[in-house]
Design a binder for this molecule. Structure first.
Ligand code: ATP
Ligand code: MG
Length: 776
């Protein structure tokens, strides 16, 4: 048998070598579902299946890349190259480009990101003179998005009295009209939004049987990871493509279905066995990721959900530390607790920053955490905020590039027509939009033929409009010969963008310049990368597509050493040795907006399950008693999810000082007394479960605040270096690294650090408080 297969347990091996027919692997977190998919593809290829016939759909492009790399390491890079792997969006965007003309789109269609969609919808609401407080563009966008994901086209909408009624009841009777206008404007601009990539694929596969047949024959084997989070539109695509050969393998975990709010349908996984004949069902039970404590705690949580498939998850891994629960007074304190814990653990265990992740329910929570990390000089990175490609200056550059390949692109045009300023005012732009709608032409076409139109602008403005057209056309000419990098360089210079950002000399301006430089570097990489892969052309359109579908997870090449901050939604499928789940408070997590029905609450609980199961070694749960939300300090209660975890897996940490001296904390957090009404009541330890209070003595609480950590004394064999008797030049001995010479001493008191050049292990920076050093 192939050697790599020995890296699977028996339960994993079975689905890995089961190639034909429909099959599903349902298993809990960390049990190797993704590993099975990866090895299965390698195995299929080793059995002679052409990689060209395999389609693998993942939840992020990063996951696809990692799978591909792993497969390449087993079967060889040149073989793996031909695999079709990626997210639904990226795979079907490629197919749509090939087939675009059937749907009346140019093959160079633009992909509108959420920002573009928002801007267009906001502009339509304005043009229709609707009340923007009732027609909130984000709500309108999400409504349109849910229609598209349920395959409700504009025509279907207007035939559906119920939907019209619902929108009318919600005081938005014109929603259908906005939807119609939005769809028409996107079409005219040669643009598809994210939802279109799935909707139009469905349209393509249903309207053109020959296209369906072509891709059915092409993708004889289909694999889908994270199947529990597919929406209706994705479900239909998979069904259609796999219908002929029925070689379909999906893996997932119903307990990790967390995207219902975006249209994911948990029934897709629950009903899989009904959708195909003779489905083989596999289960994996052994978790390889986490300690016993984490696995058991996670099981005790998900057990509370009524809607679930019964599953067993166990692990042979070590018991591990209990899950630490920390209470803070404020969100600021919470941030400081997280930062100091990371800092100490890092120093104590000599760990890279990338071993730590901080997960939260909402993006807004990152600020307090960031402040604390910055104070400690801990490098971090936020994922899923504004992605690099959505920053203003980057979008400005990209908009020029988008116009080069698709001058019909309305959002790109509106963005740069007067940036850098060239004297084309908003009134002129409004006139152009009206004319374009009237003539049923694009704005660019109207500008190009401005002399022949009835657009009422003066001759000065006319010249400016014509100059802009000439500028874009000159770029188009250059695009015939130059690569992406050369083109972008030229564009940033000749449009005056560089000058515009450079001129103020403010820190923001400098940061913008650096970002543009970074963009250009990325392009250079892209151009070089394309040269290595002979069968791709490496053109501008391809670059823009990559960019449109890139998330900042994708930008991570895995070599970066920073603490990761992200929402739990984004953390799906990932793993980290140390995980902090912060803001575990009622109304925040579970979210106040998701407590109306049992099913919403169960989704929140699944989200908590996902969060906890990202941790390999140690999980921390933190909450604050008060927190700034919507600009106000709000009292909060600990999340019910903490209480739901079986207490035996928890270790409740509260700093001693706080317990002794802070009257706020004397309130029983689940009790019926309001914290701010209590004054100097004798301290009680936090009680998470009824009856648990009596069992624990305050003294036994683990204390992790730095102040309480006593320096190691001489009496137990170690030199007390905390007072910094150490000087540069001392020769010291360390248990693990052996002898070394002190090169540098920095900081003071408890934070004193020494840079030491060790015989084994080279130069290390150690925190003297923890480093058990002896002067020799
Ligand atoms: P999730 O539900 O979170 O997506 P998963 O079921 O996809 O998890 P994987 O990510 O495939 O699980 O595996 C979890 C971890 O366990 C990974 O680090 C993986 O390499 C490791 N692992 C899986 N199976 C084995 C095995 N048989 N031997 C050793 N390590 C394994
Ligand atoms: Mg996985």
């Amino acid at each position: 048998m192939e050697k790599y297969l020995s890296q699977l347990n028996d339960a994993q091996l079975e689905p890995t070598i089961q190639i034909d027919g429909p099959m599903i692997v349902i298993a809990g977190a960390g049990s190797g579902k993704t590993r099975v998919l990866t090895y299965r593809i390698a195995y299929m290829m080793s059995k002679g299946i052409d990689p060209f016939n395999i389609l693998s759909l993942t939840f992020t492009n990063k996951a696809a890349r990692e799978m591909k790399d792993r497969i390449a390491s087993i079967v060889g890079a040149s073989e793996a190259k031909n695999l079709w792997m990626g997210t639904f969006h990226s795979v079907f965007a490629k197919i749509l480009r090939i087939e675009a003309d059937r749907l009346g789109y140019p093959s160079n269609f633009t992909i509108y990101d959420t920002q573009d969609s928002d801007r267009l919808i906001a502009s339509i609401i304005k043009e229709m003179e609707l009340d923007k407080d009732i027609y909130k563009y984000k709500q309108v966008r999400s409504r349109i998005s849910s229609y598209k994901n349920s395959l409700i086209t504009v025509r279907a909408y207007f035939q559906n009295a119920e939907l019209i009624e619902a929108d009318t009841m919600a005081r938005r009777p014109r929603l259908g009209d906005i939807y119609k206008e939005y769809v028409e404007r996107c079409f005219k601009a040669g643009a598809m939004d994210f939802d279109d990539l799935l909707l139009k694929t469905n349209e393509l596969l249903t309207r053109f049987p020959e296209v369906l047949a072509k891709y059915q024959n092409r993708f004889k084997y289909i694999l889908v990871d994270e199947y529990q989070d597919t929406n209706h539109s994705q479900y239909l695509i998979v069904r259609a493509l796999s219908d002929k050969f029925q070689n379909i393998c999906v893996v997932g975990d119903d307990a990790q279905s967390i995207y219902a709010f975006r249209g994911a349908n948990i029934n897709n996984i629950l009903n899989f066995q009904k959708d195909y004949d003779d489905v083989k069902v596999f289960r994996l039970e052994q978790n390889y990721r986490s300690t016993k404590n984490i696995v058991n705690a996670a099981n005790s949580i998900i057990d509370k959900n009524q809607t679930k498939l019964e599953k067993i998850v166990w692990t042979a891994n070590e018991e591990g530390a209990k899950i630490k629960v920390n209470r803070s007074l404020t969100d600021g304190d919470e941030g400081r607790y997280v930062a100091s814990t990371i800092w100490e653990t890092k120093m104590q265990e000599q760990l890279p920053n990338s071993d730590f992740a901080i997960l939260y329910r909402t993006n807004a929570q990152s600020r307090a955490i960031e402040d604390a990390l910055r104070k400690r000089d801990i490098p971090y990175r936020i994922y899923g905020g504004l992605s690099f490609y959505q920053r203003k200056e980057i979008k400005d550059v990209l908009s020029y590039l988008r116009l080069i390949i698709n001058p019909a692109d309305e959002e790109a045009l509106k963005r740069v027509i007067n940036f850098p300023p060239r004297g084309i005012g908003q009134t002129t732009v409004d006139k152009l939009i009206v004319a374009a709608n009237g003539y049923e032409r694009t704005i660019f076409e109207v500008m190009k033929n401005i002399d022949k139109t009835n657009v009422n602008v003066n001759s000065g403005t006319r010249t400016k409009l014509q100059n802009f057209v000439t500028l874009i056309e000159s770029f188009q000419v250059l695009n015939q010969t130059a690569d992406v990098f050369e083109l972008a360089e030229h564009v940033t210079r000749t449009t005056g963008l560089i000058k515009e950002f450079n001129k103020d000399g403010t820190p923001e301006g400098v940061a913008r310049m650096e970002n543009i430089e970074e963009l250009l570097n990325g392009m250079k990489d892209f151009v070089e990368g394309q040269k290595e892969i002979a069968d791709t052309t490496g053109n501008l359109a391809e670059f823009l597509e990559d960019v449109a579908l890139a998330t900042d997870l994708d930008a991570d090449k895995g070599d970066a050493n920073h603490v990761a901050l992200m929402t739990i939604h984004l953390a799906k499928g990932l793993e980290f040795p140390y995980v902090f789940i912060v803001g575990l408070e009622e109304d925040l997590f579970p979210s106040a907006m998701s407590m109306n029905t049992r099913s919403e609450l169960e989704e929140e609980r699944r989200l908590f399950y996902v969060a906890l199961t990202r941790a390999e070694k140690q999980a921390y749960l933190t909450y604050a008693l008060s927190r700034y939300r919507w600009g106000k300090l709000i009292d909060s209660e600990p999340s019910r999810f903490i209480e739901e975890i079986d207490e035996q897996y928890l270790d409740i940490v509260t700093p001693i000082e706080e317990r002794r001296f802070n009257p706020m904390l004397s309130a029983d957090i689940f009790g019926d007394v309001e914290p701010n009404k209590i004054r100097y009541k004798p301290a009680k330890q936090p009680v998470l479960k009824k009856g648990s209070a009596a069992k624990k003595e305050p003294e036994k609480f683990q204390v992790t605040t730095p102040k309480n950590l006593k320096p190691v004394s001489k009496t137990n064999g170690n030199t007390n270096l905390f007072d910094s008797k150490l000087v540069v030049g001392n020769i010291v001995k360390h248990i693990r690294f052996g002898t070394g010479e002190v090169l540098k001493i920095e900081g003071a008191g408890a934070d004193t650090k020494a840079e030491i050049n060790f015989q084994h292990g080279g130069v290390k920076k150690l925190l003297l408080r923890f480093a058990k050093l002896e002067v020799v």
